[in-house]
Design a protein around this ligand. Structure first.
Ligand code: IMP
Length: 193
């Protein structure tokens, strides 16, 4: 099944969880090139847009995810704009620097990550959502993962996402929880076949 991403970190996370259920291939694996448009103003809208882009070009079952980091003190920003928070073509580091500056001196550092996965099967979309709550740290911790991982510490843990082994992040993360729901659905489908 095609996962509408070329983000190697996302691919690794999701592949680990779907191991033995479906073989997951990336856009590059099926020779799809170019930037997928992400112009919706909701996570669900972007996930659908990405999955539809692949479905229209391949006719194959596929799924896409869209994630946002929602920071309480910033009214939910960067949210659906998390990838381009510090501007078009910015790096993960630029985004982290901008967020740390925006929260400088603020007491409330609560935030959540939310992921929506859109699965398209025979043209029909279905959605799976995951959320994790936590805080934004005042500086980077750890080198694993990607994106905002070094500055996000989930509740009930004393480690940032970037300090956790992948299987631990997958157990509690936004994408991990959404993928778990996808796994449950695909398992049911396999049993029904
Ligand atoms: P995307 O549009 O789903 O790729 O996600 C938007 C942005 O959110 C990414 O560019 C990353 O900066 C960030 N992001 C998504 N998932 C994660 C994660 O698991 N950890 C940290 N940052 C993430």
């Amino acid at each position: 099944m095609i996962f509408a991403t070329n983000n190697k970190h996302k691919l690794q996370e999701v592949r680990q969880m779907l191991d033995g259920i479906v073989d997951v291939v990336s856009l590059a694996d099926v020779g799809l090139e170019g930037d997928i448009p992400e112009t919706a103003d909701t996570l669900q809208g972007n996930a659908l847009q990405k999955a539809q882009w692949v479905y229209q070009r391949t006719g194959r079952d596929c799924f896409a995810d869209d994630t946002g980091l929602e920071v309480e003190a910033l009214g939910g920003a960067p949210g659906v704009y998390s990838a381009r928070y510090a501007g078009e073509h910015c790096s993960f580091d630029d985004n982290i620097n901008k967020l740390l500056a925006a929260l400088d001196g603020k007491e409330n550092r609560r935030a959540d990550f939310r992921t929506v996965i859109c699965l398209i099967e025979k043209g029909v979309p279905r959605y799976f959502e995951g959320r994790v709550d936590g805080v934004i740290l005042t500086e980077r911790h750890g080198v694993e993962g990607f994106g905002y991982d070094p500055i996000f510490m989930p509740d009930r843990f004393a480690l940032s996402f970037a300090e956790m082994p992948l299987d631990v992040k997958n157990m509690i993360s936004h994408r991990g929880l959404a993928t778990k729901k996808l796994v449950g659905y695909l398992r049911q489908q396999n049993v029904a076949k």
